[in-house]
Design a protein around this ligand. Structure first.
Ligand SMILES: Nc1nc2c(ncn2[C@@H]2O[C@H](COP(=O)(O)OP(=O)(O)OP(=O)(O)O)[C@@H](O)[C@H]2O)c(=O)[nH]1
Length: 335
């Protein structure tokens, strides 16, 4: 299909909330003079990350109907093939692809696609697996989740985010542990995605022989099972949130469920605030920042995604609905 050089692909991975989108935004907004096609895979059926990406004139393809490492691997092949065809026809232009996986993806099967599918292998070459590790929550994530260990094990680059928040002793212990899991990868501090671009792109790092050494069944294994108790809950609303009530509710929620709330994020409409409020949370750490305005002529529609273990869905539904501004009674409308 392709007569030109294979297109380099960077696989950006890391556990839920590690800082993948933050790093991606850093890459997209840096003046590197290159067009990048981005494939975003999110865990909930409704995505938020595409709204958080800054370099919006890039080609961005969303994959939200399943996790890239299992159910939607066929979609990934179709998307990659379609991008290559459109590029060759001169309809779009990009020099490389960055795939941001869900925080629960095992990068192994995704990397496998670049060797196992003929069309993909002809048009693309996997340049590197870049894994972001949260310096604050990383050790607990490595303990609890096989996916976090696989992400570290497959990495060509290990980037430590949130080094600004971690205790030096904990940081040293995590660094030693990552080096033991994956001595092959170059490891560096990258608070807020701050790492030199030339250390991330054109790494020519993905080494099939090295991978076959640590994962001999890499080219043949297909099955990956997510922990069944981890799920996503999506809440959408067209009434604004009451800021004080939302703060109270989320404060109480994380006190009780913080351990199991792996990740929550949203783009929210708050009463009295004209801007969109981007809300981010990982376990008990959360915060909101104003980011951009709502598109003119469209409803201020909030979208909130929670990812966690045994999520209290009913409580979330009731609690969040209770944080919305009360509807104006019909009798008062037009008075
Ligand atoms: N203090 C601090 N916060 C960070 C750093 N990197 C990322 N964050 C914050 O951590 C939160 C999660 O960051 P994201 O970049 O959205 O993480 P992600 O890996 O894309 O998350 P998911 O894709 O939802 O799993 C956001 O609130 C970021 O601002 C860092 O180095 N230091």
């Amino acid at each position: 299909m392709s007569r030109t050089a294979p297109i380099p692909v960077t696989l950006l991975t890391g556990f839920l909330g590690a800082g993948k989108t933050t790093l991606l935004n850093r890459i997209l907004t840096e003046r590197h003079g290159e067009r990048i096609a981005v494939i975003e895979n999110e865990f909930g059926e409704v995505g938020v990350d595409n709204e958080l990406l800054l370099g919006s004139d890039e080609t961005i393809v969303e994959m939200n109907n399943g996790c890239i490492c299992c159910t939607v691997r066929g979609d990934l092949i179709r998307i990659l093939t379609d991008l290559a065809i459109r590029r060759e026809a001169g309809l779009i232009d990009f020099a490389r692809v960055i795939i941001e996986t869900t925080g629960l993806a095992d990068p192994g099967p995704v990397a496998q696609t670049f060797f196992a599918d003929e069309d993909v292998a002809r048009c693309y070459k996997l340049d590197a697996v870049v894994t972001v590790v949260d310096a604050m929550h990383g050790a607990a994530q490595l303990d609890a989740h096989g996916e976090a260990r696989a992400q570290a094990g497959f990495a060509d680059r290990l980037l430590l985010s949130k080094t600004d928040l971690a205790e030096p002793a904990a940081l040293a212990a995590l660094t030693a542990r990552l080096r033991a899991i994956n001595p092959r990868a170059r490891l560096m501090d990258a608070p807020f995605g701050n790492a030199p671009l030339d250390a991330l792109l054109d790494v020519r790092g993905f080494d099939l022989d090295a991978i076959l050494e640590v994962a001999p069944d890499f080219l043949t294994s297909h099955h990956h099972h997510h922990q069944d108790d981890i799920g996503a809950f999506v809440f959408e609303a067209e009434r604004d949130f009451d800021g004080a009530r939302l703060e109270d509710f989320l404060g109480g929620l994380v006190m009780v469920y913080g351990n199991d709330l792996l990740r929550y994020k949203g783009v929210l409409a708050m009463a009295g605030r004209p801007e969109r409020i981007v809300f981010q949370g990982v376990h008990m750490m959360m915060g909101g920042t104003p980011e951009g305005v709502w598109p003119a002529g469209q409803p201020r529609r909030s979208r909130f995604v929670f990812i966690g273990r045994n999520l209290p869905r009913e409580l979330l539904e009731r609690g969040l609905t209770g944080c919305l501004q009360k509807p104006v009674p019909a009798a008062e409308v037009g008075q």
